[in-house]
Design a binder for this molecule. Sequence first.
Ligand code: TYD
Length: 218
Amino acid sequence: MSLFVTFEGPEGGGKSTQIRRIAQRLEDLGHTTLVTREPGGTAFGEAVREILLGFSHAAMLPETEALLNSASRCQHVAEVIAPALKAGKIVLCDRYLDSTLAYQGAGRGLDLDTLVALQQFATGGLWPDLTLLFDVSYDVGQARRATSGEPLNRFDTDTQAFHERVRSYFLKAAAREPRRWRILDASATADQVEHDALLVLLQRLNEEAGAVKKDNRS
Ligand code: TYD
């Protein structure tokens, strides 16, 4: 059964670790998963990622950031995500369109309605079935980032105020659309967060399986 799940949140929430752990747990339970990320996920997207996250283009405009992330996403949906869903896989994607709304919208101040329309255009209207918000405060996120050994990227040089706007956008979006979003306390231990995330996913898979059965009966 296919399901499109996105992992979102501020920096240092441990999404990348969790996505690998969750995929493994789902595979152990007999599901077929595909793990991917944004910006990236295709050869084109990974090239765009280098431009977006590297330090060679400091003069990049917010609009350019939004367009590049959306171009990467467009290619990603067509080449990777849509075919995997069609093949019945559970797609786990590390960041997706909500990151553009949070970072380029709330963070950089671009118009949200325009960005939503751009997402519609880039994805052909493919919104996630479920979005897990790995919520963590700025201080905890920064401390984790410092010890993670991951290379710094261009967004690490943004101010605390920028990152606070991103976080509060995610929390507001989750509150507005509770069916799609689940908020996880990502300041807990990695084992606890994995447990919480897996529980949410298994519940949703159960509901979807129930809905399919009901459809087949009617
Ligand atoms: P990454 O190293 O993947 O960060 P993280 O581990 O926190 O997910 O870098 C992705 C960065 O790109 C992150 O700072 C968020 C940013 N981003 C945007 O600004 N807009 C977008 O649409 C996406 C997908 C990411």
